[in-house]
Design a protein around this ligand. Structure first.
Ligand SMILES: C[S@@+](CC[C@H](N)C(=O)[O-])C[C@H]1O[C@@H](n2cnc3c(N)ncnc32)[C@H](O)[C@@H]1O
Length: 339
């Protein structure tokens, strides 16, 4: 590729980032959802209905029009099909891509500065952008809930065993609680306890459980995974994208806790992005985002794990594990029970 072709390629890629940045502003201010409800509206009416500043909305509408999220009829705007797809309520919404793009830019800026000192400030970095934090849970839910419900739950036989026995499911690092809601909807005899470090996530999880009519079976608490004391042993302990957050602290103590807090025939189910053993696999376009994210995980004191590292930790704790891979091997579920 010559220099001009390279520039043209990178300009196109930069436009993709701008398109997601514009979408992000609309997503977090409810502009896509509000215009979807209104059907058609001039910028001042959209601003009024969304309860945001009309001056900013006027500029946003021009930019969203330029990136073809909006069509115009005189002074009135309507959502294009891409604009509709950005509505967080849309089936298979594009919202996670918009949220991820701004979160990635924030984390890249933090990594760039922190690399000079080696400081790793931890989870709190996620909360530094006040508009991003409330979207963290919905982004993960939109990315992974349907994969769990449509593919993973039915393909991992241990979930059928959990359904048959019912009891208590504990979700460590539960985010907005989507996983316990999905389990409780499917498995009528199951109760759930979710714990998360961020108050915002716990509030969202409680609200969503109430809305789903599941509040009597699901409880959510704010706290630290390392300091959790259960009132009763669990039938299932799950960690979805949470193990790598606590791995560097004291892995063996955590796995000993998992075993000690499980009923004798219960299961631990760990879901993690599967870091490949071979670096060359990172060139696969399906794994590039994981490679970027692993740098931003470093900022938080984390790193991604190979499935065999998780299996080895279970073995050290005297547990037998089984690995299931999904999404071209990029998503690993490791399920374990006492040996
Ligand atoms: C990547 S998110 C996954 C959230 C959720 N399990 C999901 O799949 O959507 C990791 C979660 O772990 C939580 N977390 C990380 N370390 C924690 C700790 N020590 N105690 C409690 N929660 C923690 C974070 O607050 C965050 O919500």
């Amino acid at each position: 590729m010559n220099a001009n072709e390279l520039k043209s390629l990178f300009r196109q890629q930069a436009q993709g980032a701008l398109a997601l940045n514009i979408a992000y502003i609309g997503v977090v201010n409810g502009l896509f959802s509000t215009l979807h409800e209104l059907g058609k509206a001039p910028a001042p009416a959209l601003a009024k209905a969304a309860k945001v500043d009309p001056g900013y909305v006027k500029r946003w509408c021009d930019a969203a029009y330029a990136f073809a999220y909006l069509d115009a009829d005189g002074d009135e705007f309507i959502l294009t099909s891409t604009g509709q797809a950005m509505c967080p309520e849309a089936p298979d919404t594009l919202m996670p891509l918009a949220v991820q793009s701004v979160l990635s830019a924030h984390m890249a800026e933090r990594a760039a500065g922190l690399m000079r000192t080696g400081e790793r400030p931890g989870e709190g970095v996620l909360a530094e952008r006040e508009t991003v934090l409330p979207w963290f849970g919905p982004m993960l839910e939109a990315n992974f809930a349907s994969l769990f419900e449509s593919t993973i739950c039915g393909a991992v036989p241990e979930f059928a065993a959990v359904d048959a026995r019912g009891g208590l499911a504990v979700d460590l690092g539960c985010g907005n609680g989507w996983y316990l809601r999905a389990l409780a909807r499917r498995f009528g005899k199951l109760r759930g306890l979710g714990i998360d470090g961020f108050e915002e996530n716990v509030r969202q999880a409680e609200g969503a459980a109430l809305k789903a009519g599941l509040a009597h079976r699901l409880k959510f608490i704010q706290g630290d995974i390392h300091a959790l004391v259960l009132d009763e042993p669990a039938d299932l302990i799950a960690m979805n994208r949470a193990l790598h957050h606590v791995w560097e602290k004291d892995t063996d103590a955590l796995f000993t806790w998992l075993r000690a807090n499980l009923k004798p025939s219960g299961y631990v189910a760990i879901w993690e992005p599967a870091w490949p053993a071979d670096r060359a696999a990172l060139r696969d376009p399906g794994r590039r985002a994981m490679a970027f994210q692993n740098l931003t995980e470093h900022v938080q004191g984390n790193h991604f794990l190979r499935p065999d590292e998780i299996e080895a930790a279970f073995a050290r704790a005297g547990m037998q594990s089984q690995r299931y891979l999904f999404v071209q091997g990029n998503e690993a579920i490791v399920v374990a029970h006492a040996a």
